[in-house]
Design a protein around this ligand. Sequence first.
Ligand SMILES: [Zn+2]
Length: 338
Amino acid sequence: MTGAGWLAADSLWWDGRLHTGGALELRDGVVTGMAAEPGAGPLRRLSGTLLPGLCDFHVHSALVDLGAVRAGGIAAVWDLGGVPAEVTALRDRAAGPGSGLPRMTVAGPFLTAPGGYPSDRSWAPPGSWREVHSAADATEAVGECHAAGSELIKVTAHTGGPTLPGPVLAAVVAAAHAAGLRVVVHAEGSGTVEAAVDARADLLAHTPWTERIDDGALRAAAGQGMGWISTLDIHGWGRPSPELGAAVDNLRRFLGYGGSVRYGTDLGNGPLVPGVNAREIRALQRAGLTPEDVLAAMTVDAGDLPPTWIADGLDLDGARFADVLATARVVDAEPPPG
Ligand SMILES: [Zn+2]
């Protein structure tokens, strides 16, 4: 739908609740608002439920078919680590009309200690990480990322290799915040969550899974407004595992202290579902999220996106919710027949 128009359905999920009837206002295929009745302009009517665009806040676009991800119901993604020129070029292509790709927000390279994760991993191509040598170099590195088009800063704290000293990690965060960028930390191993909290990072790329996080650290993280990106399904891909159990327990307790969570899957890491992942959603439910909470976690700052459509209607019953949401589809510029 080019220009302005309206899309109506049997029901709408909007502002955290299900409305019967109503319509979304679209401009160039993107939702600009909701009204009880369609206003002036062309109108399409669909059966089922319309929702804001659903987001996956953790993917690696070089390792996954983003067209399949969008075809599977995801309207926007955060790319949390890749070669800057490649991810920004893909982001610009994805933003074009009819690209068939989800809208992208990109971090650019992993910032890491010299020799640190993921510079030692076969899946990380040269250019996808940038070593940080000092606090002054942290400022430089963030400046390079910003100039290259990064909208987020990704930094790693992984005890399987060298990690950045606290003052250097703090310098990354300070430089990012001065540039108006949020910082996402890959925290893996003992003490790394605490290091991210001490540095006042904004987000963790994964729910911590390597150990039980102390309540003090959880309270501090929640108290300073840190968010966690869920990525629960990377542990076992549907089979129970100690790592999944630890992550679900940490997330449940973090939420208990008022922490916030965003839906993210780490697409590109193992045999994950391209598109809305029902297993990730069920794991979030096991951590205590209601269906309403899951939708909130998938639509944080979901501005400027095409709407999503569930042909048979949203089902907020906890037992059916995940499978029904996995049938969600992004509404293309030409809406599907209702
Ligand atoms: Zn990742």
